[in-house]
Design a protein around this ligand. Structure first.
Ligand SMILES: NC(=O)c1ccc[n+]([C@@H]2O[C@H](COP(=O)([O-])OP(=O)(O)OC[C@H]3O[C@@H](n4cnc5c(N)ncnc54)[C@H](OP(=O)(O)O)[C@@H]3O)[C@@H](O)[C@H]2O)c1
Length: 338
């Protein structure tokens, strides 16, 4: 199968690209002229082939050219940041990019399936309950512009599905695991901060909740969605629902180190976020923590992946299992010491 993949130079896309090649597919990766290609997988001896199409998801022509002759499209590219100095980028890339991919699929007669990587953010917070695919975002508030753009893109994807495009929408939770350490790999970033001592305490008091999805499970969920996902359906590719405090506690047990001994109130993290944003505007370097991150931490995002388990044979591993693999990987990489 010839597959167009967007976002192959990212955390999830890199792993997805490797898995598709290992399955023997020919992958065409849409990359930007500025993309860091160093993490792109090398095709295995008996695997499929990889070719690069230079372009940008915001450039409709480049997406259309890249889609030529492809049988399926995985659209995983997005601006994945809690904060950007120019928030309009979230809409142009995350919504405009999806529109261009869908238009390319309409015009490219060979495309039989599109798997669109949405996000748990598109379904909205779950404060106090565990949501499934039937949850509709309340749209009363948004913690981040990213969340708003993923919801807007979700509307676009669902409209396209209702018009008959063979699109399957997948909604990963917080993706973690070995792979490129981008902003998308927030668990890796948090563990690096934690073990370097730059983040000495828990952020808040553990009332947050996220669904942690191991990157390899999410990859398998995407591939299953291409083979078995019903067009027009949504599938949550989530995992264990837990707080970041629980992640830190588990990391302490796995590494035989001490747990953080105090909590940093979210108000203080928020102030730190404002200062970080101020400096970011001067230096141009994106902050690790910004006020929107704190807004996200003030809510719960807990989901059930039962539908994917039944229909896609999705088998999420436990958080403990995932961290037991990821933490030594970060150590071997020299990113953390314990
Ligand atoms: N990470 C998570 O926890 C999480 C959770 C739920 C859903 N998701 C979704 O999963 C997908 C992948 O996320 P990720 O964590 O792998 O993000 P990532 O590591 O930041 O990767 C983003 C990818 O998108 C590409 N991209 C960005 N803007 C582009 C543009 N204008 N044209 C073409 N490519 C562009 C990037 O290319 P460059 O290398 O050129 O920058 C990169 O390959 C996204 O759709 C995200 O919304 C992520």
């Amino acid at each position: 199968m010839k597959i167009l993949l967007t976002g192959a130079t990212g955390f999830l896309g890199g792993k997805l690209c490797a898995a598709l090649l290992a399955d023997g597919h020919s992958v065409r990766a849409l990359v930007r002229p500025t993309s860091d290609l160093s993490s792109l997988p090398r095709p295995a001896a008996h695997g499929g082939s990889l070719d690069l199409a230079y372009g940008d998801v915001t450039d409709a022509r480049s997406v259309l050219d890249a889609a030529a002759g492809c049988h399926a499209i995985f659209h995983a590219a997005a601006a994945v940041e809690p904060w950007l100095p120019d928030p309009s980028k979230f809409i142009s890339v995350n919504v405009g990019g999806l529109k261009n991919v869908l238009q390319a699929a309409r015009e490219t007669k060979s495309v039989e399936k599109i798997v669109y990587t949405s996000s748990f953010f598109a379904l909205g917070p779950t404060d106090g309950h565990v949501a499934d695919e039937s949850q509709v975002h309340h749209e009363q508030f948004f913690c981040t512009e990213y969340e708003k753009s993923k919801l807007a893109a979700d509307h676009v994807a669902r409209r396209a599905a209702s018009e008959g495009l063979p699109i399957v929408m997948v909604y990963p939770g917080v993706i973690y695991g070995p792979g490129k350490v981008t902003t998308g790999n927030i668990v890796a970033q948090m563990l690096i901060e934690r073990f370097s001592g730059r983040l000495p305490g828990y952020m808040g008091y553990g009332s947050d909740k996220f669904s942690f999805s191991h990157v390899e499970d999410v990859v398998q969920g995407h591939i299953a969605a291409m083979h078995r996902g019903r067009p027009g359906e949504r599938y949550l590719l989530t995992g264990e629902n837990a707080s970041f405090m629980h992640v830190f506690d588990m990391a302490a047990v796995i590494t035989g180190t001490k747990r953080p001994s105090f909590h940093i109130p979210l108000l203080m993290v928020d102030m730190y976020g404002w200062v970080s944003v101020f400096f970011s505007r001067i230096t141009g370097k994106l902050p690790l923590v910004s006020p929107p991150t704190v807004q996200v931490l003030r809510h719960q995002w807990a989901y059930s992946c039962d539908k994917a388990k039944v229909e896609l044979d999705y088998k999420p591993r436990s958080l403990r299992e995932g961290l037991e693999e990821m933490i030594p990987w970060l150590k071997n990489l020299g990113e953390i010491k314990y």
